[in-house]
Design a protein around this ligand. Structure first.
Ligand code: CP3
Length: 349
């Protein structure tokens, strides 16, 4: 009998807890502006939201890096801010990053679509097309932002230096802010159900701003909503692994792993390999954590960093990735060199 997809798929094997000799790999933000073929494709749509909601373009962007470098997984080409867009918030992408019409503490969630989250069917079509374009041994990862991170963009109206609006709202009016988080939890579950039904093999929750909260805030706004999403996904799709990426969570990483129910943990660049091995890898698969700047620099710098990570984490369930997304200035040749490096054996420390 032919092995099932999961058995011959290295990423899914590692997510299921297997230790593989060569680590499966993919890179956060592996599609995008550092690739000339992406830049050529991107000009075919006027806005970024429109690009993401055009399945022939978005599925091509999903497949481009895998075709060029042979990663073990493709990640759906979309954006975490499609959820606020589908909730009825105005979302635009300028030269400087995303711009949203901010949800204010005073008005709360009244302006948002409270039920019937919809409008993201094109994303599910992108998932179907992407899955159809991949060999069985390559996984397709779906994703969403975590409620806290999505809320930071919705309330701040874009990127922020100090996050004072969103944090002040959460401190002053936890119930009102909790209603916003609840709305995002429901939307995220519906969105991920759609992606999984369309063919995503695993999903990742990006919590890029998990690292700016106190312990009580982390519990309430990162752990709790993530736990609820994971539980609802597991109830309906018990076999689909969930990867959590609470960037910057530092010493809260072990609590996140113990309390959210995720199957794998993405570690950012500043998490020590030894800490991850001792405190996290006994429970879940670990994913990470090459510095995106080491990939940009390449050469001996990259080789040393990659070797150190593999020696420390390669003795348990491990997926090689970056500690954050690929930078747009990264030479594509460095990613090709990384692919070669990862095919070579290393001694485990
Ligand atoms: O290759 C992939 O990883 C898949 C696609 C993907 C994008 N965004 C495409 C994108 C993924 C997984 C994301 C996640 C995302 N989006 C996060 C979490 C990860 C992280 O980087 O912390 C966040 C915070 C966002 C929100 C967002 N989208 C920002 C802040 C920006 C502007 C900054 C930037 O990198 O340009 C975007 C725009 C965006 N999302 C682009 C891409 C390829 C660039 C826009 C373009 O190509 O015109």
């Amino acid at each position: 009998m032919a092995p099932s997809g999961a058995q011959q798929n290295p990423l899914l094997r590692a997510l299921a807890g297997e230790t593989l000799e060569k680590p499966p790999w993919w890179l956060m933000r592996q599609a995008g502006r550092y690739l000339p073929e992406y830049r050529a494709l991107r000009v075919q749509a006027s806005g970024f939201v429109e690009f993401c909601l055009t399945p022939p373009l978005a599925s091509e962007a999903t497949l481009q890096p895998v075709r060029r470098f042979g990663m073990d997984a493709a990640i759906l080409f979309a954006d975490i801010l499609l959820v606020p867009h589908a909730l009825g918030q105005k979302v635009e992408f300028g030269e400087e990053g995303p711009i949203l019409e901010p949800i204010t503490e005073g008005a709360g969630i009244v302006g948002l679509r409270r039920s019937g989250f919809s409008g993201l069917d094109p994303v599910y079509e992108t998932v179907r097309r992407s899955r159809a374009g991949l060999p069985p041994q390559t996984a397709l990862i779906g994703f969403a932002g975590s409620p806290w991170t999505v809320a930071t963009y919705m309330v701040e109206g874009g990127a922020s230096r100090d996050f004072r609006r969103v944090k002040a709202w959460a401190y002053r009016d936890p119930q009102g802010f909790g209603a916003l988080i609840e709305l995002i939890v429901d939307a995220t579950v519906a969105y991920l159900f759609g992606q999984i039904t369309a063919g995503a093999d695993a999903v990742q929750l990006f919590d890029s701003w998990a690292g700016i909260l106190s312990e009580a805030g982390f519990e309430r706004w990162v752990i709790e909503p993530t736990r609820r999403i994971t539980a609802r996904l597991k109830e309906r799709f018990p076999a689909v692994p969930v990867i959590g990426f609470p960037r910057g969570a530092g010493l809260f990483y072990p609590r996140y792993v113990a309390e959210t129910g995720v199957d794998a943990i993405g570690i950012d660049t500043v998490v020590s390999g030894g800490f991850a091995r001792e405190m996290l890898q006994g429970r879940v698969a670990v994913q990470g954590n090459l510095d995106p700047v080491a990939l940009l620099v390449g050469g001996a710098v990259m080789r040393q960093e990659v070797r150190a990570i593999r020696r420390t984490l390669g003795g348990g369930p491990f997926i090689f990735n970056l500690g954050h997304g690929v930078l747009p200035q990264t030479p594509p040749e460095n990613v090709a060199a990384l692919a070669q490096l990862l095919a070579e054996p290393v001694d485990i420390a």
